[in-house]
Write a protein that binds this ligand. Structure first.
Ligand SMILES: [Zn+2]
Length: 356
């Protein structure tokens, strides 16, 4: 997620923007400026803000529907194709998933309908030219909302339509195969978009194609991983041979540990072997780049928010915790002593070995 940054919080979710979203905005802005000069460029800035609001509304459609099923949305990232609401977990009941998926495009359809009622026009020849400056403001906004709704209903991952498609496929096949099929459709769409982008010289379309391709693949892998994880326990995946830090260790000791081991995460254990937190390589590098003295205690940059599980906890629970952003999940005995820990990377390794 290094290609996105935080704007703030809204209705319980962190709002993030992916840089490619700005590429889309910059492209639209540039097109308006070269067509109509400064006045068009100013109108465009206002338009961009309105577009931004519509994409946010789309994502909150997903997030608020998911909340009805008791699922929180920690963050929402805006992308050129309409954004990603990162739900705490996906509802696995097909009907709930369909409702959550449809809620986003439905918001754009509602916005479109409202704009049409208050006077937007819909000339057919403009449908192919979303960056058109010939149209008035309301009509363009209506057009963009129609585009967002239609594009997101393409029955392919990672578009919302892909989730609806998968739910339908799940009626006749298992979830992993259904996901693979919807993801394959996504990669096919990505090729079409990429081809259209290259042949029309539209770099934004090529970027969207790339994003669709990568996201389709990731979704397919994630679901396959979950299917395997359901059969495994925390103890099957945990790292038991590792270097740990003590509360007295300095940043320098942590830096030496990063150099002399292949670990990226270091548990900080007290005298009884209980976990105090994790020092990660990323946090250490950030601290060193920020001119922290090497003599500072390692505990000063420690991540204390580490989920703890038992040996017999299902691996799916561990995956959920890692998905929420924890750098590691600690496996602890009843006495509080840490027995091992699990990272995304070693779950990945386990999947390669056990997931065939
Ligand atoms: Zn959506």
């Amino acid at each position: 997620m290094t290609w996105s940054f935080t704007l703030g919080r809204l209705l319980g979710s962190e709002l993030r923007v992916h840089v490619t979203f700005f590429l889309l905005l910059a492209w639209v802005g540039f097109a308006a400026y070269s067509d109509g000069g400064l006045a068009a460029a100013i109108e465009n800035v206002v338009f961009v803000l309105a577009l931004f609001a519509c994409v946010v509304a789309h994502e909150f459609g997903h997030a608020l529907m998911a909340r009805r099923y008791g699922i929180l949305t920690p963050d929402i990232t805006l992308l050129p194709i309409g954004g990603l609401a990162r739900l705490e977990r996906m509802p696995e009941k097909p009907l709930q998933e369909v409702m959550v998926a449809l809620a986003g495009p439905a918001v754009n359809v509602v916005i479109w309908a409202v704009l049409m009622i208050i006077g937007a026009g819909m000339p057919l020849e403009a449908l192919a030219r979303i960056d058109s400056t010939d149209l008035d403001f309301l009509s363009r906004l209506a057009l963009v909302n129609l585009f967002l709704a239609v594009f997101n209903m393409i029955p392919a991952f990672p578009m919302d339509g892909g989730r609806v498609f998968r739910a339908l496929l799940c009626l006749t096949m298992d979830r992993v195969t259904a996901t693979r099929t919807a993801a394959f459709a996504g990669q096919f769409v990505a090729f079409l978009l990429g081809f259209a982008g290259l042949s029309s010289g539209n770099p934004v379309l090529v970027l969207i194609a790339l994003f669709v391709f990568i996201a389709a693949n990731a979704e397919s892998q994630d679901v396959a991983m979950r299917a395997v994880a359901r059969r495994l326990l925390a103890r099957d995946a945990m790292i038991t041979s590792f270097e740990a830090l003590s509360p007295q260790d300095s940043l320098n000791t942590a830096a030496q540990a990063v150099i002399h081991t292949t670990q990226h995460e270091f548990p900080v254990l007290d005298g009884t072997g209980a976990l105090l937190g994790f020092v990660t390589r990323a946090r250490l590098f950030a601290a060193l780049a920020g001119d922290h003295p090497l003599s500072d205690p390692a505990t000063s940059i420690m991540d204390e928010d580490i989920p703890q599980v038992r040996l017999t906890t299902g691996l799916e629970t561990v995956l959920d915790a890692l998905h929420k952003g924890a750098p590691a999940v600690a496996v602890c005995a009843e006495s509080g002593q840490m027995l091992g820990y699990i990272t995304r990377e070693n779950v990945g390794e386990l999947m390669v070995i056990r997931g065939r």
